[in-house]
Design a protein around this ligand. Structure first.
Ligand SMILES: Cc1cc2nc3c(=O)[nH]c(=O)nc-3n(C[C@H](O)[C@H](O)[C@H](O)COP(=O)(O)O)c2cc1C
Ligand code: SF4
Length: 500
């Protein structure tokens, strides 16, 4: 009988709340219980018993030198766009507010702020920020908002480093409406099928000549970022967007595809040209170091799209050819070495794509509306990312690195962050969703304050579901400002419709 009730409860949770039945982190009441869960899953992850403040010598409070840049501590804010810029790419009040929150977070590295498109038709949504001359004042306003907030909270910004992330959305361009207007590196049988691209439609494939013009757009965007006062640009190469897609363009003929040199040529040409043109602007790169298969969109437990007919799988960067459900970091290590040689000062290690394997890219217990129920305990996804970053750090120790994917750790995030930095698994810990819900987490941790439980991101995925349905992103469940927006009601309706 108890088994019956358990199964019924699991069914109801799945059916009505889109929730999986893995134990939730909030149920693991002590560090010991959390460690026991990791052990049960066979996961290796250091977890400190006690979180230290800066005064008590927290490893997270130690400064780090990135080339000539002094970064005041080991917390970083990951880039997060909000689908909330004005249609001309300039910031709205919501965009400014997010950068203000980044500034007052206490993190000393703001990795790119958010993806800013180098040309209007390269936007991932009609409300993406633009890194074009027309939005120079808007970019200046974002940087200023962040710096002013930081100075107000921490007196000075001498060891505070802020960059701008530059992007072209490639296969995931939606510059005008919520309909895709893709510009792809090559035809990928599974991604073409999932996102409705005809395999014989070559009008969506970049020509080499088009790419030469695109490179010029990146250089222009970098110049604008530099003039505005950003200390670095992040040449975004992750999450299925254009530069990341090129890394797996083995079937693409010509200079920008084929072998490793060809597939990485676009990225390296942009980096080289930026460095040649602006000697005083630093270049960082955010990288999806591994990928896995695209997953089917469904309301059930996630399953990869059928791929057996494509083995050996040569359609992913950092995915094992023999078993693409596993990663293979060999090419990633080589890429990191070459990035270092090309003068890139730091790399942010991410993975996968939020569009086709979200459980890998941003582990969550509640799926976004275009996702599926988690096919694994989200802790597995967190540790996969942390271990991959650890392997990268071991392979290229003199390249400063930021780790990603920590938000699902929830109350144990500071315990793990402190341990991995102390043990040298990563140099810096990046915060994504957690900081949308709880902007002051780094400052609170360094001040020795206990985490505020009501602010902890529980990975409800509303910040992804909202933009998937043409609403601005934000933490609707926990951030009072979003709770009272009219869009919160709209989001509720969308979620109800999805549940049916
Ligand atoms: C609302 C939202 C917007 C995001 N926007 C960007 C972006 O503009 N650029 C980027 O590189 N990653 C973006 N990401 C990915 C995050 O930077 C991060 O990699 C991801 O959320 C996983 O980290 P977390 O577990 O700390 O959330 C976004 C994530 C979210 C939730
Ligand atoms: S909506 Fe808020 S709680 Fe949910 S995943 Fe995003 S930041 Fe976390």
């Amino acid at each position: 009988m108890p088994a019956f009730w358990f199964l019924l409860a699991a069914f109801l949770l799945r059916r009505f709340f889109g929730m999986s039945d893995y134990p939730k982190i909030a149920q693991l009441k002590t560090v010991a219980a959390f460690r026991a869960r990791l052990a049960e899953l066979g996961l290796e992850l250091p977890v400190d018993e006690r979180v230290l403040s800066a005064d008590q010598g927290s490893p997270l409070a130690a400064p780090i030198q990135i080339g000539p840049l002094q970064v005041g501590n080991r917390w970083c804010i990951q880039p997060m766009e909000g689908w909330d810029a004005n249609r001309d790419g300039s910031p709205s009040e919501l965009t400014l507010r997010r950068w203000r929150h980044f500034g007052k977070s206490g993190a000393k590295l703001i990795w790119g702020g958010e993806a800013a498109a180098v040309q209007p038709d390269g936007r991932a949504n009609p409300n993406q920020t633009l890194a074009t001359a027309s939005n120079k004042a808007g970019l200046a306003a974002l940087l200023n908002e962040c710096l002013v907030a930081h100075r107000a909270a921490f007196d000075n910004a001498d060891d505070f480093v802020v960059g701008l992330q530059l992007t072209h959305s490639g296969r995931f361009c939606r510059p005008n409406t919520k309909d895709l207007e893709p510009r792809i590196a090559y035809h990928h049988p599974l991604l073409d099928e999932k996102f409705g691209i005809r395999p014989d439609d070559d009008s969506v494939v970049w020509t080499d000549d088009d790419l030469e013009r695109l490179i010029d757009r990146y250089i222009a965007a970098a110049g604008i970022a530099r003039d505005v006062g950003f200390q670095f640009v992040d040449v975004k190469c992750c999450h299925g967007y254009l530069l990341h897609e090129f890394l797996s363009a083995r079937t693409r003929p010509g200079r920008f595809g084929g072998d490793f040199d060809g597939r990485t040529r676009l990225l390296f040409t942009i980096i080289r040209r930026i460095r040649e043109t602006y000697a005083d602007l630093h270049v960082f790169v955010r990288l999806s170091i591994f990928d896995t298969l695209p997953y089917k969109t469904s309301r059930d437990v996630g399953q990869p799209m059928d791929y057996e007919h494509l083995l050996p799988y040569r359609l992913g960067f950092g995915a094992s050819e023999a078993n693409p459900l596993e990663y293979d970091l060999a090419e990633g290590f080589e890429l990191l070495r070459r990035l270092k040689r090309a003068g890139v000062l730091a790399v942010n290690i991410s993975c996968g794509s939020p569009y086709y394997n979200p459980h890998v890219q941003r582990p969550a217990i509640f799926p976004p509306s275009d996702g599926y129920l988690p096919p694994e305990d989200p802790l597995v996804g967190v540790v996969r990312q942390i271990q991959a970053a650890r392997a990268c750090k071991a392979a290229v120790p003199d390249l400063p690195m930021v780790g990603t994917g920590y938000s699902y750790l929830q109350e144990y995030l500071p315990h793990v962050a402190q341990a991995v930095v102390r043990d040298g698994w990563t140099d810096i810990v990046g915060l994504g969703r957690m900081v949308l819900a709880y902007p002051e987490l780094p400052a609170d941790t360094l001040a020795g304050k206990a985490m505020e439980r009501k602010k902890i991101c529980r990975t409800f995925s509303d910040c992804t579901t909202a933009p998937r349905n043409s609403l601005p992103s934000g933490c609707y469940p926990l951030d009072a400002h979003y709770k009272q927006l009219p869009q919160a009601e709209e989001l509720k309706k969308v979620k109800q419709e999805i549940k049916g």
